[in-house]
Design a protein around this ligand. Structure first.
Ligand SMILES: CCCCCC/C=C\CCCCCCCC(=O)NCCO
Length: 616
């Protein structure tokens, strides 16, 4: 026996017959068994883990499938209902025998002329309704802007025609309504399938007021799922296209309205705005829109996912093909009935003296808000507006809006998602989610620490600290104390902004509406900063209009060569602005809270001058 054997020899000197000491064998068996046991346990743990993951995936899949099935059934029933409503309207249109050309002649009438002819009886409400129905059906076949025809419009128009005296200042004017305005006996989905079939018992206050004025609601228009996008797409009605370039979006969230109005198939519509949803689509489609001060027009009966978040308030306002459309509807909607139906609305009648004043104004202007660089076409639109207003005797002064760089992430983004997006997420979890919202939904779904980490990664990859800050924004409100602090910061910002406004002795401000013109379909979420120009005035609760000034020229597109090319957003904007020649470009006209009349005065004077220039 060699030295090795000896060393491993058991004390009693036994071996296992294979020249191996017994102690060694016992130890090996023990290790082997332990390893076996451990491997067995690991296998069990692994199997259990895999099983759990597979079960979670399976349960999630089943849940998703079940939601899609349930929501899908509701969507199917809604589409059938909309098709039946359309068939009913088409039947009446066939019987009335109005031709497309006849319809075009009526629809071509400017708002004031239409109003005059309806008032003096040259046109019947039913005739006008049929003309707009024909055009709206033609427009929606191309653009998918109408969600639903309202067959009741026929009876409303007929009853107006039977009146001895005209029904009101909007007698017989057809009005299109964003789908989120509640209608008695109908549902308002806000693009969420599971909100369908929740039938409302009465019309939104603004609809009651419009009907009282003699207007005829005739179609409902499309919007994005949740209302919180700068484009218009949802799982129920699908995507709405831009009236000039179908590869692009008409904007959002009142995108169905803007597409319909931009196509000339509605003379007056109503939208809502908590981040730019009236002004953005008006700009993308070259319409007129007015975002009113929070409490100037009733929001009672408007569906929304932002209810309860009152620091940045949602607003309601008119949209039109003509300036007179927004002026007349706003003016007449400020009625006793309106104030009686919703006592929360400030009982302020239209201030004629503010609107008609001839006193020269001091108007601030800026083409860059310090947050998102406007493209050359939008900068040029501001300069055109500035020159035009100067020629009319107003004093135009350069104005730098203070603190926008912090206000957008810290005040806008943080407030509207102050619950880490929970209110939105809870609804999206019960629905089919459009791809544009999937990324935003992810931000709301993941734990705070993960979003925090992700925001820094995105910031580094996109080379964009602003984007990182915006992504982190919803993380910071964790308590009622935090919410109180947020309210305080909003008030401090309002004070700071007003001080800057007062220091320059401003009456109004003109600036871009969005940093870009109409964007390609499904790409708006890649350039969220572009919407800072509208969001600012939601934070401030100022009155603000959007009106067409010019169209994109080939020089504007060439001048994109000088556009900053640093961040991923910059690069997207450069790409998206290719081929934008001919698209409308609006400017934003801003006034202090409850000074819509002053905003409208500036818009009116600017509009008249621009039109006179075009005609000469
Ligand atoms: C809930 C916050 C999501 C932020 C996502 C930012 C992405 C794109 C910017 C969208 C800008 C337009 C928002 C318009 C919202 C609006 O005014 N809605 C009308 C509600 O009545």
């Amino acid at each position: 026996m060699g030295a090795r054997s000896y060393l491993f020899q058991p004390r009693d000197g036994r071996t296992d017959g294979h020249d191996k000491p017994i102690v060694s064998l016992v130890k090996h068996r023990f290790v082997f068994r332990t390893q076996m046991k451990m491997t067995g346990n690991s296998r069990k743990i692994l199997a259990f883990g895999a099983g759990a993951i597979l079960t979670i995936i399976f349960v999630k899949r089943v849940k998703k499938w079940y939601i899609e099935y349930q929501v899908g059934k509701k969507i199917q029933r809604k589409i059938q209902h909309c098709e039946a409503a359309r068939a009913e309207v088409e039947e009446v249109l066939r019987e009335c025998g109005m031709t497309l050309n006849q319809a075009k002649t009526i629809v071509a009438l400017p708002f004031m002329e239409l109003q005059r002819q309806l008032q003096n009886g040259s046109l019947y409400a039913v005739q006008v309704l049929h003309a707009y129905q024909i055009m709206a059906l033609e427009a929606t076949d191309r653009l998918n802007c109408v969600t639903e025809c309202l067959p009741d419009a026929e009876a409303i128009a007929q009853s107006l025609d039977r009146l001895d005296k005209k029904g009101g200042p909007l007698h017989g004017i057809p009005v299109s309504l964003k789908e989120s305005f509640e209608l008695a006996g109908n549902d308002s989905s806000c693009g969420l399938g599971h909100w369908l079939e929740n039938y409302k018992s009465q019309d939104a206050v603004i609809i009651q007021v419009l009907k009282d004025l003699g207007a005829v609601p005739f179609v409902r228009t499309n919007l994005p799922e949740t209302l919180m996008l700068g484009e218009t797409n949802n799982p129920i009605f699908g995507r709405t296209l831009h009236p000039v370039d179908p590869r692009r979006t008409p904007g959002g969230s009142s995108g169905g309205e803007a597409a319909l109005i931009g196509a000339g198939a509605s003379v007056l519509g109503f939208g809502s705005d908590i981040g730019g949803s009236i002004r953005i689509p008006s700009h993308f489609c070259g319409c007129y829109g007015l975002k009113t001060t929070g409490e100037r027009m009733s929001r009672k009966g408007t569906a929304s996912l932002s209810k309860g978040q009152t620091l940045v308030s949602g607003t309601v306002g008119p949209m039109s093909r003509d300036f007179d459309g927004i002026l007349e509807s706003f003016k007449h909607c400020l009625s006793d009935l309106h104030f009686a139906l919703d006592p929360q609305v400030a009982p302020l009648k239209f201030n004629d003296s503010m609107f008609n004043s001839k006193k020269p104004l001091r108007i601030g202007f800026y083409a860059y808000d310090g947050y998102s660089r406007a493209v050359p076409a939008c900068e040029r639109a501001v300069l055109i507006a500035k020159d035009t207003l100067e020629q009319q005797g107003h004093t135009l002064v350069a104005f730098t809006p203070p603190g926008v760089i912090d206000a957008i992430p810290d005040l806008y983004m943080k407030t509207i998602q102050g619950d880490h997006g929970k209110q939105f997420l809870l609804q999206l979890q019960k629905d089919i989610v459009i791809p544009e919202l999937a990324r935003i939904k992810l931000c709301w779904s993941i734990p705070g620490w993960m979003l925090w980490l992700l925001s820094w990664i995105v910031q580094a990859v996109a080379k964009d600290p602003q984007l990182g800050r915006a992504l982190r924004a919803p993380l910071q409100l964790r308590s009622i104390y935090g919410w109180f602090q947020q309210a305080l910061q909003l008030q401090e910002f309002k004070d700071k902004f007003l001080a800057a406004w007062r220091e320059q002795k401003l009456d109004a401000v003109i600036c871009p509406v969005v940093a870009t013109v109409a964007l390609p379909n499904s790409e708006t979420v890649n350039v969220p900063s572009a919407f800072s120009y509208t969001m600012l005035y939601n934070i401030l609760n100022y009155s603000a209009g959007s009106m067409p000034v010019t169209r994109v020229t080939s020089d504007d597109v060439c001048n994109m060569a000088k556009y900053p090319n640093k961040t991923s957003e910059n690069k997207c904007v450069i790409k998206y602005m290719q081929g934008t020649e001919g698209l409308p470009v609006n400017v934003q006209v801003v006034g202090l809270p409850y000074q819509e009349e002053l905003v409208l005065r500036v818009m009116s004077e600017l509009d008249k001058s621009l039109k006179a220039e075009q005609e000469s």
